[in-house]
Unconditional design. Sequence first.
Length: 368
Amino acid sequence: KKKIAIMTSGGDSPGMNAAVRACVRMAIHMGCDAYCVYEGYEGLVQGGDFIRQMDWHDVRGWLSEGGTLIGTARCMAFFERAGRLTAAKNMILHGIDALIICGGDGSLTGADRFRAEWPSLLEELVRKKELMADQVELYKHLNIVGLVGSIDNDLSGTDATIGCYSALARVCYAVDLIEATASSHSRAFVIEVMGRHCGWLALMAGVATGADFIFIPEKPREDNWREEMCGIVHQHRKRGKRKTIVIIAEGALDKEGNKITAEMVKDLLADKQGLGLDTRVTTLGHVQRGGTAVAYDRMLGTLQGVEAVKAVLEAAPETPTCFIAITENKIARKPLMQAVQDTKEVAKAIERQDFQMAMSLRDAEFEE
Ligand code: F6P
């Protein structure tokens, strides 16, 4: 019987539980044993009780739970070969040779490396007499499939990562709440959203709420960003707008690579020599990552989890590690490292011309 393990890694995201549930149930449906690795790579390195066989009923009710019920961690030990060696040993001791990992690009890159190293890890374990040669005989190849779970929507090759639409819904809800009080006091708010390297959340929230100005890491601001922002805000105010909403991703930069912070933007909006707006900063923080998944993320996690099990059963040793994507509304398998490479080269958020168009619907763009 094939034994497939599922784990979540890196930052949690809404919809991960749907993915785990789907993997567990699909694995059982396909006649395999399903396992969960608790606490991400940390659990793989720890072994023992961190790796548990799952029953069909163990994942009942998981669709409507937020976060990841099998835990996650950012694991340092797995960055070292020694950690990966222990992880390989633990997997063989449990009889597992197929792994589905739901996480961000860092976690998935780690998985690809683990798979590439697998034969040499097994050799070393036999050499060190930690495992017997006949014990490893059946485990020549490690099949790995990635599911992209992240609120950042930061991987090329897929339209959406599991969790991004839940986080976006939460950001928009928060902006709506803030707008009411901003308007009442005629105030400006600088709202900081998550995204150290990827501005998808900030950009999409800006489009969806009609924000006055947006800062994202993929579009480093020109030297004149201060004049540009104040000019737009000034025009909006002149036209009677009682609220100003500036959305800034936590990784916002200027052209020189210097950080643009929410405080800097606030000081500028509040500057008595300039706009002199009564301004507040709101950092949304982990509220964005918490809570239950929206329907889309539950659906995505489920459909992709089903596909991940099929993919891990069909993976051939010579084919590159794949991840499960969604493109043009279809679930698809794609080469993982290609997507990681493309992500470095093309900033996802600015691939989309239509966002630029949406921003041009601002009041400031209207010629009277
Ligand atoms: O990767 C998802 C993410 O939410 C980023 O947007 C954010 O910068 C980071 O995680 C925060 O991580 P932590 O929870 O470790 O502070």
